[in-house]
Design a protein around this ligand. Structure first.
Ligand SMILES: C[S@@+](CC[C@H](N)C(=O)[O-])C[C@H]1O[C@@H](n2cnc3c(N)ncnc32)[C@H](O)[C@@H]1O
Length: 263
């Protein structure tokens, strides 16, 4: 994991200065996932959002403090959200117990020191710590693995094991599956389980950082193979039932630390 920060201040293993521009267009918050996260936050009023990006899933009816190291991500935050503070999870610039609850959505896999970041979140939080993550053990239960295993292997390698997250949260975590609706508005890879044509759009792919980490030849081969199978009807023969399947129970999970301490 890269330790230094990128040109735009990015702290993870991707440079959002390079891929950030298409992010906000394709990565809108999905309302059903937002509702699940907000339920997990309980009735916390002061909420910290770490690795906040462009603000997806940030509750708008609470007092939010956002932390985001990438300048291009901070710049993409809509005007009605609070300005994000330039800081990293591993060194949060807040006093102990400053927040009722904290959240980190699809970001922990990019931190240079996961345990330190989660310890920092717990230090500054009185109540629950809510993480939206992918379970790496479930990554290959998806047709995309048949077409471009490199992307899924990459994601499986990057996402920490759920057990490691639970342990870092003090061992008393609760894990909730997060069902993905057909037409999911947040364009992570599983969002297109029933809309394979979306993967032929280079900007849609770029909005998912794992695509920027695989060789271009592999992406070229993927586009050719998927295009051919969509034209020939081969994809639909194998996976066409997904086009109308209302939910996909993929690898998305909420890991909730200190779940009992809802304010
Ligand atoms: C995939 S984006 C998710 C953004 C947002 N939470 C969302 O759900 O759309 C991951 C974010 O984590 C941020 N990040 C990477 N390393 C970080 C670190 N060490 N501390 C805090 N944020 C970090 C990135 O800059 C990026 O904005």
């Amino acid at each position: 994991m890269r330790q230094t920060r990128g040109i735009d201040g990015s702290a993870g293993d991707v440079d959002y200065g390079e891929i950030g521009a298409s992010y906000a267009r394709f990565r809108q918050p999905e309302p059903l996932i937002a509702a699940q996260i907000h339920r997990a936050l309980g009735n916390a009023q002061a909420v910290l959002n770490v690795g906040a990006g462009a603000g997806s899933y940030e509750p708008e009816d609470r007092e939010v403090t956002a932390v985001e190291p990438s300048a291009s991500m901070r710049a993409q935050r809509p005007a009605h959200l609070v300005r994000a503070i330039d800081a990293v999870a591993e060194d949060l610039p807040f006093d102990d117990d400053s927040f009722d609850a904290s959240m980190a959505s699809v970001t922990v896999h990019q931190w240079s020191d996961l345990e330190k970041g989660l310890a920092e979140m717990q230090r500054v939080t009185r109540g629950p710590t809510v993480l939206l993550v992918c379970d790496p053990a479930q990554m290959h239960e998806y047709w995309l693995s048949d077409y471009i295993p490199e992307v899924r292997e990459n994601e499986a390698r990057r996402f920490p094991a759920i057990e490691r997250l639970v342990a870092a949260l003090g061992g008393n975590g609760r894990i909730e599956p997060v069902p993905i609706p057909l037409g999911c508005r947040d364009g992570f890879n599983e969002a297109y389980y029933g809309r394979p044509e979306m993967f032929l759009d280079p900007n849609a792919r770029l909005a998912c950082s794992s695509w920027s980490l695989v060789p271009e030849e592999a992406v070229g081969r993927f586009v050719r193979t998927l295009s051919r199978d969509l034209e020939s009807g081969r994809w639909d023969k194998e996976y066409g039932h997904l086009r109308t399947q209302p939910f996909f129970n993929g690898p998305l999970r909420l890991v909730i630390g200190n779940p009992g301490a809802v304010h």
